[in-house]
Design a protein around this ligand. Structure first.
Ligand SMILES: Cc1cc2nc3c(=O)[nH]c(=O)nc-3n(C[C@H](O)[C@H](O)[C@H](O)COP(=O)(O)OP(=O)(O)OC[C@H]3O[C@@H](n4cnc5c(N)ncnc54)[C@H](O)[C@@H]3O)c2cc1C
Length: 395
């Protein structure tokens, strides 16, 4: 039962981004549906995240919001296309705007909830609850879920962990005539014209005329000429209109993150380490983490009970980051080899759902030398200190 004094919320979610909005929905759809939620929405115009993709063999908490699903994918390298037919997994995309609309609509249905626009300036512990300072006012909540994250403030100990960045630029393009195959998405296309393995495009066709074309790079690049060349020379689009854009940068590190920010504050989303270091995908891990919060609150009365991330997969992430950083030209062939036998297994592996047996079957056909080199370098790094970055290591 919700017996709070009028100004004490059960939960405060700081940040109306992916993890915050999804957590609000997951709480309202759970045994916690009678609790009160304060959502602090500090979104800026530069939070231009428009599409969210993931894969799953079964419905998820955001199933109703999924706009597009694909079972046919393609992976493109300079050597040609590798077609991927999924059996149990489905690649899926939803629009961030739908998540935002739905979470806010549901919150508005109960007067116990409140959405305020503004940046949380401070969150302070006050005995059995927290005070959240927003727009000069003070709000109180028993538990705070904090998704605030500033890239520049992420302090990665580079003597132990990698600190790469994945840069996303997305254009939703509309062609004059039917051009795309809506039933087949491009998972990775390495034909970017940039140094091998340092960048790829993915293409999500929403209709025969409209698609999201997203460029992902490890290094800062001027995206316009790369897009123009790709759209004209590779996709063969002689005329297109850009109807929307998205952009952002994600940190790629295997460094563990602390869930507990303070006594009553629990990190969520990227600050809770939900971004998979070697892939840049986070949505599935965010939904799982949010489900763990709901479970922990329901069973234990606090939000901190969660199964630890697998240290085995963390080590594999580190080796993969080592390859991205030092031998990126190897990466396209590795992805191709992983997907060539059992694409469903490869997706399970990337989501850390593959069994040890599946992982061994997946790794066995890959060329061992780059992995052994990367693993030795990683071990050396843990023993000796920081490794040089890619540029200096190539000199
Ligand atoms: C361009 C791009 C595309 C991506 N695509 C995918 C994808 O397809 N699939 C996938 O799985 N992952 C994807 N990711 C990775 C990841 O899912 C997203 O970065 C996701 O937004 C992470 O969720 P989050 O809640 O941690 O952060 P955010 O969604 O960024 O939410 C944090 C929120 O906190 C707000 N905030 C910050 N400071 C304050 C404050 N002081 N007070 C109040 N609010 C504040 C911010 O404005 C923001 O709205 C993508 C990332 C980027 C950058």
């Amino acid at each position: 039962m919700n017996d709070r004094p009028s100004s004490l919320f059960d939960y405060c979610i700081v940040g109306a981004g992916v993890s915050g909005l999804a957590l609000a929905l997951q709480m309202m759809d759970s045994a916690l549906s009678d609790r009160s939620i304060l959502l602090v929405d500090g979104a800026h115009d530069d939070d231009a995240l428009r599409t969210l993709s993931f894969w799953s063999p079964r419905p998820t908490a955001l199933d109703a919001l999924v706009r597009h699903r694909w079972s046919s994918l393609v992976l493109q390298s300079n050597d040609g296309p590798a077609r991927i037919e999924l059996a149990s997994e489905q690649y899926q995309t939803l629009f961030f705007a739908d998540l935002q609309r739905e979470a806010k609509r549901r919150l508005a249905e109960r007067s116990a909830h409140l959405v305020i626009e503004g940046r949380a300036e401070r969150v302070e512990e006050r005995g059995d609850h927290c005070e959240i300072h927003v727009n000069g006012a003070i709000y109180r909540a028993r538990w705070v879920f904090d998704s605030r994250f500033k890239r520049g403030e992420l302090s990665v100990d580079t003597t132990k962990w990698h600190a790469l960045e994945q840069r996303f630029r997305g254009w939703v393009v509309r062609a004059e005539r039917d051009h795309f195959e809506p039933e087949r998405a491009t998972l990775m296309d390495f034909r970017t014209g940039l140094p091998a393995g340092t960048a790829f495009f993915y293409v999500l066709p929403f209709s025969p005329r409209e698609a999201l074309v997203e460029l992902v790079t490890l290094d800062p690049v001027d995206p316009e000429p790369v897009f123009e060349k790709y759209l004209a020379s590779v996709l063969g689009l002689d005329w297109y209109e850009i109807v929307a854009r998205e952009a952002g940068v994600s940190p790629m590190t295997e460094q563990p993150f602390d869930l507990r920010v303070s006594e009553h504050v629990r990190a969520i989303g990227i600050p809770a380490g939900r971004l998979k270091a070697s892939t840049g995908y986070a949505l599935t891990r965010i939904l799982e983490d949010n489900a763990a919060i709901v479970r922990s609150l329901s069973v234990f009365g606090h939000p901190f009970e969660r199964q630890d991330d697998s240290s085995f997969y963390r080590a594999l992430d580190a080796v993969m980051l080592e390859l991205w950083q030092r031998e990126p030209a190897r990466v396209p062939a590795i992805f191709e080899a992983m997907f060539s036998r059992s694409p469903d297994r490869a997706l399970r592996f990337l989501d850390e759902r593959a069994s040890l047996r599946e992982v061994l079957a997946l790794i066995a056909p890959l060329p061992p030398a780059p992995f052994i080199r990367a693993m030795l370098r990683w071990i050396g790094r843990r023993l000796d200190g920081a490794l040089p970055d890619r540029a200096s290591s190539e000199r």
